[in-house]
Design a binder for this molecule. Structure first.
Ligand SMILES: Cc1cc2nc3c(=O)[nH]c(=O)nc-3n(C[C@H](O)[C@H](O)[C@H](O)COP(=O)(O)OP(=O)(O)OC[C@H]3O[C@@H](n4cnc5c(N)ncnc54)[C@H](O)[C@@H]3O)c2cc1C
Length: 307
């Protein structure tokens, strides 16, 4: 990350964390986040997924929520995901689901969190579907990996997690998780992390990202490459072509509302593409991470508002 983009990101995350800014944003509500959030409710999100599917793009649905404060909330989210998996099966859309460990109460009761996630994974398995456990800030990395590995040890192979290329530990984690057969989504990383545990320079994160992708592709392990960056997407296409790696050995993942035409174009070129589709009313933390990623995303919000 260069100094400018690091400063922008830190500033945006700090501004978004201020109670006054949050209050104001919530007041003006959904219109601000509309660009990045598919719908307030499940049925609306399924309609968006159906439309992505028509463009050849698959989806992963995220019922927005994180960092809950009461154990009862975790049960509500667990039930929402069970309902979501039933609805995906009923509607026949091509989608799996992504969830956040702190949404299932990881910070409150790790054992209960595990069992909520387990229940969701079991339901997904009934439909031949898949659950991705998103990766949150570094205080949860080890516990999240532990959940994914424990599920696999129990024979629940239809779950995977995420590794963040900016974390120095990710190369070692990738080696270990590939060996254990845990499917991984690779991302740059969206949180503010200190220099002793995370690369701060853009070039270092990119190099780490490429290393993680190469580890997968060279071993013939299916991987999900989640990035909007041409320096990543273009490079993966080139690497796969040069090494004769078939297009069904990996997929590209991008976020709802970002580079939509590009997602459709990649699908048309025969690549597997999956769009991360968030829905629900708990949109504020997700939305602020998108704004912090790059000034251009802030501009997308302004354009959306002006329309
Ligand atoms: C499907 C998905 C799931 C994710 N899950 C997680 C997770 O579990 N945990 C986590 O920490 N993070 C997650 N992230 C976020 C991720 O870590 C990054 O913060 C985010 O993807 C921004 O990095 P980037 O590689 O997309 O590109 P950036 O670093 O934002 O941008 C790099 C370059 O890419 C190009 N670019 C980027 N966006 C656009 C655009 N909209 N239009 C045109 N060009 C563009 C530009 O050239 C830009 O300079 C996820 C991201 C995706 C796509």
């Amino acid at each position: 990350m260069n100094l400018g983009s690091t400063l922008y990101r830190k500033t945006m995350l700090a501004i978004a964390g201020s109670p006054a800014v949050k209050k104001l944003s919530l007041k003006y509500g959904r219109r601000l986040a509309g660009r990045f959030i598919a719908s307030d409710h499940l049925q609306g999100a399924l309609r968006e997924v159906a439309s992505l599917n028509r463009m050849g793009v698959m989806a992963t649905l995220d019922a927005l929520g994180e960092s809950i404060r009461h154990p009862e909330e975790a049960k509500t989210y667990r039930d929402e995901y069970l309902k979501l998996l039933d609805a995906i099966a009923d509607s026949g859309v091509r989608a799996n689901v992504s969830l956040k460990p702190t949404q299932m109460g990881l910070a409150l009761d790790a054992e209960a969190c595990y069992h909520h996630i387990r229940e969701i994974v079991v339901r997904a398995g009934k439909y031949g579907n898949f659950v991705r456990i998103d990766m949150e800030d570094s205080s949860y990395t080890q516990a999240t990996i532990h959940i994914a590995v424990r599920l696999h040890r129990e024979g629940l192979k239809n779950a995977g997690t995420v590794l963040q290329a900016y974390l120095r530990r990710s190369e070692g984690d990738a080696r270990d998780l590939i060996e254990k057969g845990v499917p991984l989504r690779l991302v740059k990383g969206a949180y503010r992390e200190p220099a002793d545990i995370a690369f701060q320079r853009k070039e270092e994160t990119l190099a780490s990202f490429k290393k993680l992708v190469r580890m997968h592709l060279d071993l013939g392990v299916y991987t999900a490459v989640a990035s909007h960056d041409d320096a990543v997407v273009g490079w993966v296409k080139e690497y796969a072509r040069e090494h004769g790696i078939p297009k069904d050995r990996f997929e590209f993942q991008m976020l709802y509302g970002l580079r939509t035409a590009y997602q459709a174009r990649l699908a048309k070129e025969g690549y597997r593409v999956r769009c991360y589709v968030p829905y629900g009313t708990m949109w504020y933390p997700y939305y602020t991470r998108r704004l912090a990623e790059k000034p251009a995303n802030l501009w997308l919000v302004v354009k959306h508002l002006l329309r």
